[in-house]
Ligand binder design. Sequence first.
Ligand code: PNW
Length: 455
Amino acid sequence: MTTFPADFVWGTATASYQIEGAVAEDGRRPSTWDTFARTPGKVWNGDTGDVACDHYHRFAEDVAIMADLGVDAYRFSVAWPRVVPEGTGAVNQAGLDFYRRVAETCLEHGVQPYVTLYHWDLPQPLEDAGGWLSRSTAEAFAEYARITHEALGDVIGSWITLNEPWCSALLGYAAGVHAPGQQLGTRSLEAAHHLLLGHGLAVQAMRADGGEAPLGITLNLHAVRAASDSEADLEAARRYDGLGNRLFLDPLLRGAYPEDVLADTGTTEWFAERSDDLATIAEPIDFIGINYYSAHTVAAPEDGRFSDPSLPTPTPGSERVVTVDTGAEKTQMGWEIHPDGLVDVLAQVHALAPGLPLYVTENGSAWPDEVGPDGRVEDEDRRRYLEAHLEACREAVARGLPLKGYFCWSLLDNFEWAFGYDRRFGIVRVDYETQQRTVKRSGEFYRDFVARERG
Ligand code: PNW
């Protein structure tokens, strides 16, 4: 059996708005997610991140739990509206101080801090000025990245610019199920471009600031399979892979947008006018982070017509592409479980950028956990999902893919975006009444797995 390299990084991941709470403390100002969560009908049960896991006050306890689990690294995100509360202009030292305390606490416990600079909490004033549809947001992001890198460069092990620009652009500006909740169809690709530009400008700004810490970006990649070998189904798979994966991978790693995707979405001209940005977007990076949850099997619409611009979907220009139920087991999110898809997406990235270090920066599953009479959470479903995907990582390493680390999503149950607190992804349970943390069976499994692999 292949063993993981001795320096393989084992971690857990979270994101600021999902766990911190304290949304109005120490100078933090509202983000688009504060606004979205307060808009009736947008988040299940009217949940907000106002308190969440109260991690802002309990981070020391949470870091100690990670140390007990024996993980090497903690991927957390910095909330832009804590550091630059209005998006541009004045810097809030109290915000930077908080993240320094988190990072230093990690280091004291032998846990390496990995920072994501943008996990979706855009300062509201920037949204009011056009959000990611506006080029100036990309420039503001680079300035915020520079400020944060300069302030925390001595305590952060690795930097991730954006988390999942696909979600920000397509769920936020096309499907409308994430903040800012707009349904603009193919105009959402303009948001994708400005996110990618912001990434490139941020990389340049952080490089100019110096330091040795590796810089990268995290994408959520979709393993895409055609329902059959028919030409129409292969076309559906091409479109789904195009919008879900290649729209981001190609400019970052090849310096060019996929022409077929621009043609499908009628955006060829808009992108041609901005081709000068591609050199910035393709600024060399040190690693790529991949968030992997599921594989998608897709088919062509029955009448062969892919578009219907009246439908708000995350596949603008290919609205009627059909997702097929393969009969595979599903998590509570309704996402089919396909551990082999993780190997496929790692191989897809490796083919595009041979040798570039790869990290799984998120992988995990939601289930309706129950607390037993003894207070234990025997989350066998989550444990099995975790084990199967860890074995997929082993397979990737065995095949020679340059996979350097794995971060389990998530350390804690948390605010699951549009689903609020209804969906639990944690390997540690959070009782939202008492804020008590309880390591679940899956957490013990992860602890034992890591210990065994380290030998
Ligand atoms: C990721 N989709 O989001 C995020 O990075 C996490 O913050 C989140 O909690 C986790 O996955 C679980 O959902 C996604 O619709 C949200 O395909 C939606 C999708 C993918 C990823």
